[in-house]
Design a protein around this ligand. Sequence first.
Ligand code: FMN
Length: 327
Amino acid sequence: MQGPFVSAPMAGVSSPAFRLMARRAGASLVYTEMVSAVGLVRGHKLTLDLCQVEPRERPLALQLFGADPEIMAQAARLVAQMPVDVVDVNLGCPAKKIRRQGAGSALLDQPALAAEIVEAVARASQAPVTVKLRLGFKSDQLEEILPGILKAGAAAVCLHARTAKQGFAGAADWGAIARLKSWCPVPVIGNGDVRGGAQAVEMLRQTGCDGVMIGRAALGNPWIFERAQARLQGREPRRVPAGERRAALWEHMELARLHGGPNQAMHFARQFMMWYSKGQPESAAYRRQAGRAQELASLISLTGQYFDRLEELEPAEQAPAAWEAAS
Ligand SMILES: Cc1cc2nc3c(=O)[nH]c(=O)nc-3n(C[C@H](O)[C@H](O)[C@H](O)COP(=O)(O)O)c2cc1C
């Protein structure tokens, strides 16, 4: 990995377009969203679509979820035919629909089965196998959950430092990442609540973790990886000009269209426009109008006008905007 900052798996978000933007901005590893092992083994089209990878995105981790070791192994054998560098096992998803299948964070209550799954995937896989998990269901149970999983062959552990019960509530417990790092024999990737480049470096320093995974803060903000890398090297991050922000938005939309087809163009256009304008000057009125637009053409035109305005507002000097200076 070139650098410690990695882009998180996010269902409905970490598409090839999102991953390419993150890689280009300096993420050292990108993840697919979680992929159903059952869907893959049965050859469901929507599941297979999630496994499309472009060589430019690599290194890439494909994340599998499932509850049955044999099906997970079959899925891993299929993944072995794909251009994938790491196979990650999801042991943390708190969504009811996943837990009901006995997968994701349901496996935190079944450490022996979780270890069996990791072992089956490691046997079937040519790439290293890693796990992404939460602290436990209600409390930090990592010292009970992880030893079997490590013995089964997990090559690294990514910890989203919340319990499954917490969902996204409360603050991520970075102290738990430090505790895990103090005894875990394989690399630890810390995750949870990193909002800017400075905070990403802070997580490395506070916890001693080997890598930092960034999720929500990278929506419409691939530059967070560049900013984190600059901070790590003791450099002041550069200011991202409005023109570059606009170009990234158009490119993200174009990549999404190329990979996902035109059917959901309106949905994605609105989603990306919201992401890329978040926190920008005078964005509230634009975001309200964009939220109401019915036609793609009017959405694009509104967006063009807004970014023209952003360029007008841009200070001539290269001082970072206030929100950027803090990240
Ligand atoms: C929309 C969304 C989808 C997510 N999908 C997945 C997923 O497919 N697999 C997974 O392991 N975690 C998933 N997560 C959790 C993130 O990978 C990450 O652990 C979490 O957002 C905390 O990191 P953050 O504070 O940097 O966002 C998802 C999170 C969000 C917001």
